[in-house]
Design a protein around this ligand. Structure first.
Ligand SMILES: Cc1cc2nc3c(=O)[nH]c(=O)nc-3n(C[C@H](O)[C@H](O)[C@H](O)CO)c2cc1C
Ligand SMILES: Nc1c(NC[C@H](O)[C@H](O)[C@H](O)CO)[nH]c(=O)[nH]c1=O
Length: 207
């Protein structure tokens, strides 16, 4: 579990296909000391996508990426040098500064506009149609691993306000129109929708 509070930016160091019909292996570089205490098998959210550490050095770790993950996330677009938002998994007693984030990316959003507004940046994003019902004004959304508050929603489009701190310490400050972003919807919205769909189905079968 994560909270969407990014604690470091890292970088793709190496990308190696593991062979025909096999997964992809990535080596990711972190700031010095950021991996302290991490072990093989640890979960790290990389721009919102939870990945399992399979090899570890002082300030680099390796992960293996499945076809499912490549199909749902921005990972297929990553290249050596791509900058990533990193978050270590939550420990008991950690501060819950953002919201409950699983690290399962639900799909890709498309940045439509980035515009300065006072000291902040206003970012508008188009959602895939199947995710739009889970995003609500003043609810939470995870974009590239970053916990954000939704300002407004209109159809498939939602807007967020990026404060200067978040713009500076995450990759979101470099977004431009046309960029694809990893989106994880709020877990609460997922369960509320499931309960509602289940009840509607049960009523329909009774009728
Ligand atoms: C704890 C955890 C560990 C995961 N580890 C990996 C991994 O090592 N490689 C991978 O391709 N997907 C992994 N996933 C799945 C991946 O995050 C998911 O396919 C994408 O976020 C798309 O939904 C993991 C998911 C979780 C929750
Ligand atoms: N909720 C919003 C935040 N939250 C803080 C960020 O999640 C945090 O700064 C980042 O993860 C780095 O640690 N920031 C915004 O700009 N806008 C929000 O709505």
């Amino acid at each position: 579990m994560f909270t969407g509070i990014i604690t470091a930016q890292g970088e793709v160091a190496e990308i190696a296909p593991l062979g025909a019909g096999q997964d992809m292996r990535l080596v990711l570089a972190t700031p010095q000391g950021w991996l302290a205490g991490a072990e093989i098998g640890a979960s790290i959210a990389c721009s919102g996508c939870c990945l399992t550490v399979v090899a570890l050095e002082e300030s680099r770790f390796a992960v293996e990426v499945s076809a499912e993950t490549l199909s749902k996330t921005t990972l297929a677009r990553w290249r050596p040098g791509t900058v990533l938002n990193l978050e270590r998994a939550l420990k008991m007693g950690d501060e819950m500064g953002g919201h409950v984030v699983s690290g399962h990316v639900d799909g890709l959003g498309e940045v439509l506009s980035v515009a300065p507004e006072n000291g902040s940046l206003r970012i508008q994003v188009r959602l895939p149609p199947e995710l739009a019902r889970f995003v609500a004004p003043k609810g939470s959304v995870t974009m590239e691993g970053v916990s954000l508050t939704v300002n407004e929603v209109q159809g498939l489009i939602f807007g967020v306000n990026l404060i200067p701190h978040t713009a500076e310490v995450t990759t979101l400050g470099r977004l431009a129109a046309g960029d694809a972003v990893n989106i994880e919807i709020d877990m609460l919205a997922r369960y509320v929708a499931r309960l509602r769909d289940f009840d509607v189905q049960r009523e329909e079968t009774k009728a």
